[in-house]
Design a binder for this molecule. Structure first.
Ligand code: NAD
Ligand code: 13P
Length: 381
């Protein structure tokens, strides 16, 4: 038939919510088959049962999205090849570090005329330079790949709380509209923009800024780390070199400063890598809105706070395992990947926030460096 068949490749926290959203729409829309396949990276639960079996029995991803029914038309499948074999629309949504391996497993296994979309925030850095995940998918599998990013904390969307998202597409507006149709619900408002790289870089880079926001939260800077800068008049020495100017402004919290500087670095980095990136993209949900929500309520922020509270003594890997129950951070590896690009291209000085985040993550600077005024650096006021 000419109906589209959708498979979701991934079944973590956001992957499960994406499957739920999509499955509610395929039931309603005549142009899609009802069934949504969801590939599950199989694992044994403490009960001894396989995760896939439990999802198919209870209609819940008990490990990554407990308490939420996915919809009876979501079918979990641990066999990657089988999960994609009949699909002509593939939704990629796994932690970014696993995508190279997954793509290798998919080469030669896809239906003809497959369209892809990536919900994955991250990049790979190769000798030739950085590669966004949608580009990896396109190149490895020879398919067109859109992206969907936005201010989308998965657990909130699972509860059907309102949010927006941005689809980025390269050329084909019709395909973008089909993705918009597949994802849109009254509580999930999707807009398409012709700027794949811009949308994907927004989603990817804001995770680095969220780590910085978490560090600020975790530092012992008085009883409230979110106090306004003007209240900190006596602690000029604690200002980071890149926050100097802000010291003179009223009512700006460190968090707001981090977000503002982060947004500027996001835009500058994106445009240096891809001159086609549009300024307007940063005002879509994938830009400033995702930055704010992740800096306030995301997992990267939360674990970075714990890291700073430990004075950098506990590792991110250890904290991730302890705090996230199998869910994965993207910001720490992205900071490293961005740093490699900055080093190779001689851009380190241009991106003090991005660079400092990585240096803190790898232990060459203490967490306090995110707000420390260095006497060795020239004053900027
Ligand atoms: P997650 O953080 O819940 O990660 C857990 C998933 O990784 C599980 O499905 C697990 O089976 C899988 N996994 C673990 N080891 C694996 C391996 N070796 N190979 C393949 N898979 C393996 O995942 P998520 O929340 O669905 O995030 C996926 C992407 O979506 C990320 O790039 C993330 O940044 C992005 N995202 C997440 C959210 C959110 O709120 N969770 C929102 C928007 C975007
Ligand atoms: P975290 O991975 O930091 O939770 O961010 C989720 C996200 O991307 C929200 O859009």
């Amino acid at each position: 038939s000419h109906k589209s068949r959708v498979t979701v490749v991934g079944s973590g926290n956001w992957g499960s919510v994406a499957a739920k959203l999509i499955a509610s729409n395929t039931l309603k829309l005549g142009s899609f088959h009802d069934e949504v396949r969801m590939w599950v990276f199989e694992e044994k639960l403490p009960s001894g049962e396989k995760l896939t079996d439990v999802i198919n029995r209870t209609n819940e991803n008990v490990k990554y999205l407990p308490g939420i029914k996915l919809g009876k038309n979501v079918i979990a499948d641990p066999d990657l090849e089988n999960a994609v074999k009949d699909a002509n629309m593939l939704v990629f949504v796994t932690p970014h570090q696993f995508m190279e391996g997954i793509c290798k497993g998919l080469v030669g296994k896809l239906h003809a005329n497959v369209e892809g979309i990536s919900l994955i925030k991250g990049m790979e850095v190769k000798k030739e330079g950085p590669q966004m995940i949608s580009a990896l998918v396109s190149k490895q599998l020879g398919i067109n790949c859109c992206v969907l990013m936005g201010a989308n904390i998965a657990n909130e969307i699972a509860l059907e709380k309102f949010s927006e998202a941005t689809v980025g597409y390269r050329e084909n507006r019709e395909t973008a509209d089909k993705w918009v149709q597949l994802f849109s619900t009254p509580y999930f408002m999707v807009t398409a923009v012709q700027d794949v790289e811009g949308v994907e870089l927004c989603g990817t880079l804001k995770n680095v800024v969220a780590i910085a926001a978490g560090f600020v939260d975790g530092l012992d800077m008085g009883n409230n780390t979110k106090v306004s800068v003007s209240n900190k008049a006596t602690s000029v020495r604690c200002m980071p070199v890149f926050l100097c100017l802000l010291f003179y402004l009223d009512c700006l919290s460190y968090q707001a400063a981090i977000m503002r500087i982060g947004l500027r670095e996001m835009r500058a980095f994106s445009k240096l890598l891809f001159p086609s990136v549009k300024d307007s993209t940063f005002f879509e949900s994938c830009g400033v809105a995702d930055l704010i929500t992740t800096c306030l309520g995301g997992r990267n922020r939360k674990v970075a706070e714990a890291f700073a509270k430990s004075g950098g003594k506990r590792s991110f890997d250890e904290l991730e395992a302890e705090m996230l129950q199998g869910q994965k951070l993207q910001g720490v590896s992205t900071a490293k990947e961005v740093y490699e690009v900055l080093t190779h291209r001689g851009w380190l000085e241009l991106f003090p926030l991005f660079a400092t985040v990585n240096e803190i993550c790898i232990g060459s600077l203490p967490p306090s460096a995110i707000v420390e005024y260095s006497e060795h650096k020239p004053k900027c006021s």
